[in-house]
Write a protein that binds this ligand. Structure first.
Ligand SMILES: Cc1ncc(COP(=O)(O)O)c(C=O)c1O
Length: 379
């Protein structure tokens, strides 16, 4: 083996020794308590039918999109859809990206120039980190959801401040203190960027997200909404004003240098939004179910939950090996849960993240909680 291959192998061996080796798993038939398909849209017959019945000229004509949006891959349909989605979320404009990862990387790297300083919550998603790696701005973390820590850091900022947060955090399921953050932004003339990946579909009128739920549309500079979670599709949109959209079309590298999303993807997104607009009961179903889950878990003192009022609930089982063993036991009972281990989460807060969906039943939740209780006794 060459020195290069030896290096690759040594890195993988090290991961194995640390218990952090990743492998791809085949799909299973367990009850889903781990996917981001919060509203069951990815498996929805109604959505499938709408998509197959949808008629638009380009749909009949094209398989792939043939090029980037700027060269040959743009459609009137994409631009119209961007307008409709922006309107749905109560904002002027939007620009579709091929994924949430691309949206965050493109947005942050494009707008955070030397003249800016980025302040980011320490639990922000990896895609924002990667955007910051490509950005020219100084990037400063603040303690999770800690407005006091953020303010202390803002006072010392040199550049124009950009604050990047998630409205519902993917690891802990807790909410960002959006109202307080907005106040801080107006005090320090900062721009707030909110990743709504885990909020859309679940919070706000028609599932339009936490920013809409709190009436902060005008106070937030940009939002990232992803289509691969509650909407059951793929892709993402950056929402903001026309100036931002125009700027991203020109400077967001993950928008400029990639083949556009094919028309099929756009149609799926359009149909998912149509369903979101008229089907209001999903949101209530899911909130009833995660409240039910919390209530049940609280009857078992040995199970320790991270405080969260969302569909993302985490049972702490500290230690990587313990978290893995715990998850394996629950999986053996037929429930698909996954362990989150350090360094993905801070050491000591290793956990089983339970995602509740609108299609889960109370009986399934009863079964899951019994299994969690059994597993914690057996550890
Ligand atoms: C908070 C957050 N932002 C962005 C992303 C990336 O979105 P996508 O999966 O569409 O690339 C994710 C998904 O893992 C996420 O959890």
């Amino acid at each position: 083996m060459s020195a290069f291959e030896n290096r690759l192998k040594a890195s993988l061996d090290k991961r194995k020794e640390q218990g952090l080796y990743r492998t791809l798993k085949a799909p299973n038939n367990l009850i889903d308590f781990c996917s981001n398909d919060y509203l069951g849209f990815s498996r929805s017959e109604e959505l499938k039918q709408r998509i197959s019945q949808f008629s638009v000229d380009d749909y009949q004509r094209l398989n792939g999109s043939t090029g980037s949006r700027l060269i040959s891959g743009n459609y009137a349909f994409a631009e119209q859809l961007e307008k409709e989605i922006a309107q749905f979320h109560g904002v002027e404009a939007g620009l579709i990206f091929n994924s949430g990862y691309d949206a965050n990387v493109g947005l942050i790297s494009a707008i955070a120039r030397k003249t800016e300083t980025v302040f980011y919550d320490e639990l922000i998603h990896a895609s924002v980190h990667d955007g910051m790696r490509m950005a020219q701005a100084e990037c400063i973390p603040f303690k999770h959801n800690d407005v006091t820590d953020l303010e202390a850091k803002l006072q010392r900022a040199d550049g124009n401040p950009l604050i990047v947060i998630e409205s519902v955090y993917s690891m802990d399921g807790d909410f960002a203190p959006l109202n307080e953050l907005v106040k801080l932004c107006s005090k320090y003339d900062a721009r707030l960027i909110v990743d709504e990946a885990h909020a859309v579909g679940v919070f706000g009128e028609n599932g339009a997200g936490r920013v809409v739920e709190l009436g902060l549309e005008k106070d937030v500079y940009a939002r990232v909404v992803t289509f691969g979670k509650a909407l059951g599709c793929h892709g993402a949109i950056v929402l903001g004003d026309e100036l931002l959209r125009d700027y991203l079309i020109n400077f967001a590298r993950s928008f400029v240098y990639t083949t556009a999303m094919p028309i099929h993807g756009l149609i799926s997104i359009k149909c998912a939004y149509d369903i979101l607009s008229y089907k209001k009961d999903n949101k209530f179903k899911i909130s009833n179910l995660y409240s039910y889950f919390k209530q049940k878990v609280k009857t078992i003192p040995e199970l320790s939950l991270i405080e969260s009022d969302s569909q993302i609930q985490s049972v702490i089982v500290s230690g990587n090996d313990r978290a893995r063993q715990f998850a394996a036991q629950v999986q053996a009972d037929g429930f698909d849960v996954k362990p989150l281990v350090s360094p993905t989460v801070p050491a000591g807060t290793e956990r089983i993240r339970v995602c509740i969906h609108s299609f889960n039943t109370k009986e399934e939740i009863d079964g899951l909680v019994n299994s969690l209780a059994k597993a914690i006794y057996n550890l």
